[in-house]
Design a protein around this ligand. Structure first.
Ligand code: SAM
Length: 249
């Protein structure tokens, strides 16, 4: 990937003189010390990538002209919705960052019996903004031109009822019968995966029983008990290998 990448709102490009402002402008000027004549890469969550040349800086805005527009597909053909339990802030943010790099299409925070407390609306919106920034930064860094969706937090039952067309996978550390590989042998073609990992305290047997009733597979991820964030990223890596863009066609 050539030039430093910046995220822009799609409507920006419809302006006569498009510009970067706020955090992105500060990054250009103060961190990268770029100026008129320098080239930058831009993306707007449509899948297109734009090459721009800085034309001027004025009241904290970095003006640029678009030199080129390219369709640069770096999205996996596999749609992955990752249902994430409410865990400690740092590992949760880690899942958002690394999950974006690994090609997750949508993140969905859920509350279950063993997950942490429910955020108040005020807390939740503040957190959502921060998590969106982490996801955008990760997309900038890894070259994605589409941003994973950050769905509104929900309950465990809402996850069980959702996306019924997806292949539904919920790794369970008490499971000792089958693995992801066996699921892939039975269902070699999958276009959409709904993956749900458990919280630090794990799933209750009742939660697992209800999930199986809703056609969730509960494979083992091996004999060691992984932290929720390790299980989540291992699972995403494996589903990309078994059904996504990490597998050899
Ligand atoms: N229940 C355990 C406990 O009480 O300490 C640990 C839960 S683990 C920290 C969090 C989640 O990661 C689990 O609910 C499961 O979804 C997943 N997980 C961790 N290790 C796993 C394994 N070896 N096989 C399948 N899933 C695993």
């Amino acid at each position: 990937m050539g030039y430093r990448r910046f995220f822009i709102d799609p409507h920006h490009l419809r302006q006569a003189e498009p510009f970067l402002e706020g955090e992105e402008a500060r990054h250009v000027l103060r961190v990268l010390r770029l100026g008129p004549g320098d080239r930058i890469a831009l993306f707007d969550d449509t899948g297109w990538e734009f090459t721009g040349r800085i034309t001027g800086v004025h009241s904290g805005r970095v003006y640029y002209q678009v030199l080129e527009k390219k369709w640069v597909p770096r999205e996996s053909p596999l749609r992955i919705t990752l249902a994430v339990p409410l865990i400690r802030p740092q590992p949760l943010e880690w899942i958002y960052q690394k999950g974006t790099e690994l090609g997750v299409t949508a993140f969905w925070l859920y509350y279950s019996q063993h997950s942490g407390h429910n955020f108040s609306d005020k807390e939740s919106s503040g957190k959502q903004e921060r998590w969106k920034r982490i996801i955008t930064e990760a997309a900038k860094q890894c070259g994605r031109n589409r941003l994973p969706e950050l769905k509104a937090p929900c309950s465990y039952d809402q996850v069980l009822e959702a996306e019924s067309s997806a292949l539904r996978i919920m790794p369970y550390e008490e499971e000792n019968v089958y693995t992801l590989k066996e699921i892939a042998d039975r269902y070699p073609e999958a276009e959409h995966i709904l993956a749900c990992v458990g919280p630090e305290g794990g799933f209750t047997p009742e939660e697992i029983r209800r999930a199986r009733e809703k056609n969730f597979f509960t494979p083992s991820l091996g004999p060691r008990t992984l932290r929720a964030e390790t299980a989540a990223l291992t699972l995403i890596g494996l589903v990309q290998y078994l059904w996504g863009d990490l597998r050899k066609n």
